[in-house]
Design a protein around this ligand. Structure first.
Ligand code: NAP
Length: 251
């Protein structure tokens, strides 16, 4: 098994940034597990593209807001690949534009469960497989944060921004915790990226509205974010851990 290609699990790999990461990783030689929660067709499209290009991938359903789903998902990756070398904690959600004094407990619970608890539980599963302390061969984890963690999301989604602030802190803490166990943990903090997440938060025109506030005066592409993720996963970043890279056009 040691001669087998490295394997990667991308949560939320069916669309947007996760799909770009899955495709770029496969072209770099990773075998890729493409996680989705509802959009099986999108995951199959990503997997089909990878296989057509000569790569190896499979779709795996799982809600990162469910501890049981996460356990089952990692079990499937074990069965298919027999090892795990990399995790990209990419699955994340926004919600409708809202002030804090309008937010419900249900909304907050879902936001924190998917964006924070899901990423922490997935990282825990990965550490149990990768850590040399647990008999693993090491590995790399990249978490998807957001520049909202710095900007705060006022009047839009402070809950989402706070969940990403937690991801930044988690990245630094876990990086230091497992630094001597062969695992590097880093994050990418995207700015305004052209994906469907804006429409799913009820703001289909968000990119057009905010483009002018970006120093580079344009939105980014999912591929541009994926390039940073792949660098952090790679051996080229062998001395980089606990780092958070902004991919935001200067925003
Ligand atoms: P997206 O286009 O909305 O895609 C979301 C992906 O996550 C889909 O593959 C979706 O699966 C999956 N997903 C959603 N909820 C899930 C759950 N509970 N369990 C498992 N998978 C789930 O999002 P994106 O824009 O690519 O964003 C990816 C990450 O980057 C997120 O963490 C986001 O917060 C962060 N980010 C994005 C931007 C931006 O401007 N786009 C900026 C900063 C940070 P299905 O296809 O099955 O629905």
């Amino acid at each position: 098994m040691s001669g087998a290609a490295k394997s990667l699990l991308v949560t939320g790999g069916s669309r947007g940034i996760g799909a770009a990461v899955a495709i770029l990783a496969a072209s770099s030689g990773y075998r890729v597990a493409v996680n989705f929660v509802t959009n099986k067709a999108a995951a199959e499209t990503v997997v089909g593209e990878i296989i057509a290009a000569g790569g190896e991938a499979f779709p795996v359903r799982g809600d990162v807001g469910s501890a049981r789903d996460i356990e089952a998902m990692f079990g499937e990756v074990d069965q298919r690949f027999g090892r795990l070398d990399a995790l990209v904690n990419n699955a994340g959600i926004v919600d409708k534009k809202s002030r804090v004094d309008e937010m419900t407990a249900e909304r907050l619970d879902r936001m924190m469960r998917v964006n924070i608890t899901g990423s922490v539980l997935c990282a825990a599963e990965a550490v149990r497989r990768m850590s040399v302390k647990h008999g693993g061969s090491g590995g790399a984890i990249v978490n998807l944060s957001s520049v909202a963690a710095i900007l705060g999301g006022s009047g839009q989604y402070v809950d989402y921004a706070a969940s990403k602030g937690a991801i930044d802190t988690f990245t630094v803490g876990l990086a230091r915790e497992v630094a001597q166990e062969g695992i590097r943990v880093n994050a990418v903090r995207p700015g305004i990226i052209d994906t469907e997440i804006h429409a799913s938060g009820g703001e289909p025109n968000r990119i057009a509205q905010l483009r002018g506030s970006v120093p580079m005066m344009r939105e980014g592409t999912a591929h541009e974010v994926a390039e940073a993720v792949l660098w952090l996963l790679s051996d080229a970043a062998s001395y980089t851990t606990g780092a958070i890279i902004d991919v935001s056009g200067g925003r």
